[in-house]
Design a protein around this ligand. Structure first.
Ligand code: CMC
Length: 434
């Protein structure tokens, strides 16, 4: 981050006070006006609910240009990473800022592999949940509870302990997610296998049963890996900002990631992939699409086209572009190319992309539009879609949390407010209240 000699001039209308605020520049993207001294100098706050124009931090991890539809991790284009790298390589990249060489990769891969088991007590904890529990509820709870098991990696001021907790979370999240699924269907948890790759191991833990051998389909493992890469980080979205805010109070990383999982669960964020499938099933037939398009445009109807629109992308979400292609490959490999939901999805996309309402508001398909169809074809139940997002995003949350903890200027996050409540009132005791 550099301070240019540029400043922004601000005149406070109520007092006539004039201020010169520094303008900060990153390596790419819009400049930012530094308002940190504003309250001290002029006694006013900035007001920006929803962070429409506010950068909450500086970060060197992920770059998005929403107008151009660009997403890069540490400078590398997302489509190139999804095509050429494995998820574990991308984890290394997000955490360390560079792609690993072979030796670094092998070491890192070994470390992650060696941390995939979870404490046996956690299996007992799962048994306390009702079988119908949403896996996100279990996952969020399980993450917070990891801090009860790993006292040797809770010192956030020790870089080695921060690393250890990072490895543990990235390695254990597939185990915890698959365990939540197995628990919901009454099957025994499948233990991780160190001879499999990250994504093969996850699919194995999801679909293997003790009674027979399960062979992981390489097309599905590749698709899973790509999906994990595409979801690995997305700069300061709601869940990542939640992780940072939770971490800013020096809370331990397991509980911070648990908070991120809770935030991701919402249908406006990570819950949208589940909502997309529900919507496509509700549409039911291509002939019903116009009715749903009309509903999405009706301000008196809360219905929205799920998997469409994004706070940052005002162009085709680059992750959706990769997934559209992956979706066709997976359905072909599984002999489901004529899947009726895919047909509805493609037609819906075509109609929406040419509809004035969507064009004017720059509403394009987002990452969730095609991921659900892939999951469905793989036999993953809808309740597991958001846990899969959480699984992949854990590395992003961890990388962002670590970046924040390594920043010497880091301080507790504490937004201010514009108070619109009652002015001081006279208190009346209960006995005298009418
Ligand atoms: N269907 C119909 N209209 C929409 C949609 C949609 N999916 N998304 C936005 N709009 C309209 C909205 O009604 C508003 O219209 P107007 O200007 O006439 O009032 C305009 O577009 C701007 O919408 P907004 O709600 O102010 O935009 P936002 O940046 O606050 O919301 C969003 C972004 C993703 C929450 C929203 O587009 C949405 O609800 N999409 C559906 C849910 C979804 O797919 N979420 C997944 C996001 S990608 C995964 C992730 O990163 O978590």
């Amino acid at each position: 981050m550099s301070k240019k000699n540029k400043t922004a001039k601000l005149t406070i209308g109520t007092t006539g006070q004039e201020l010169e605020l520094p303008i900060l520049s990153g390596t790419q993207g819009p400049d930012a006006i530094d308002v940190t001294s504003l309250y001290k100098e002029a006694g006013v706050f900035t007001y920006d609910p929803g962070f429409m124009s506010t950068a909450s931090c500086d970060s060197g991890i992920t770059y998005i240009d929403g107008d151009k539809g660009i997403l890069r991790y540490r400078g590398y284009d997302i489509a190139e990473l999804a095509k050429g790298s494995t998820f574990v390589e991308v984890c290394y990249l997000l955490l360390n800022g560079k792609l690993p060489n072979k030796k670094e990769f092998n070491e890192f891969n070994r470390t992650i592999t060696e941390h995939t088991l979870v404490h046996e007590q956690i299996h007992f904890m799962y048994r306390g949940f009702p079988r119908r529990a949403h896996p996100m509820a279990i996952l969020s709870g399980a993450f917070a509870s990891l801090s009860a098991f790993y006292h040797d990696s809770l010192d956030i001021n020790d870089p080695a302990q921060r690393d250890l907790s990072a490895f543990r979370m990235i390695a254990k999240v597939p185990t915890l997610a698959a365990m939540a699924y197995k628990y919901s269907i009454g099957q025994p948890a499948v233990y991780p296998r160190n001879d499999l790759s990250f994504s093969e191991n996850f699919l194995h833990m999801m679909f293997a049963v003790p009674a027979e051998e399960y062979k992981v389909d390489p097309v599905l493992a590749k698709a899973m890996d790509q999906i994990f890469i595409l979801h690995a980080d997305h700069e300061q979205n709601a869940s990542t900002s939640t992780v940072r805010l939770a971490g800013s109070s020096q809370a331990n990383p397991f509980t911070c990631i648990s908070a991120g999982i809770a935030s991701l669960w919402g249908p406006a964020h990570g819950g949208a992939n589940e909502a997309v499938i529900n919507m496509l099933e509700e549409i039911g037939d291509v002939k019903n699409i116009p009715e749903f398009i009309k509903r999405a445009q009706d301000k008196n109807d809360p219905f929205r086209l799920m998997g469409f629109g994004h706070r940052v992308y005002k162009n085709y979400d680059p992750r959706a572009a990769v997934l559209k292609d992956t979706c066709s490959k997976v359905l072909k490999a599984l002999g489901q190319i004529n899947d009726p939901l895919l047909k509805i999805a493609k037609e819906l996309e075509k109609i929406a992309l040419n509809d004035d309402y969507f064009v004017k508001r720059k509403l394009y398909p987002n990452v969730d539009f095609y991921s659900g169809i892939i999951y469905k074809a793989m036999g993953i139940p809808t309740s597991m879609y958001t846990p899969l997002f959480a699984l992949a995003r854990t590395v992003g949350w961890v990388a962002q949390w670590r970046e924040m903890m390594e920043d010497p200027a880091q301080r507790i996050g504490r937004p201010r407010q514009l108070y619109v409540g009652e002015k001081p009132r006279k208190y009346t005791p209960l006995s005298k209240r009418k």
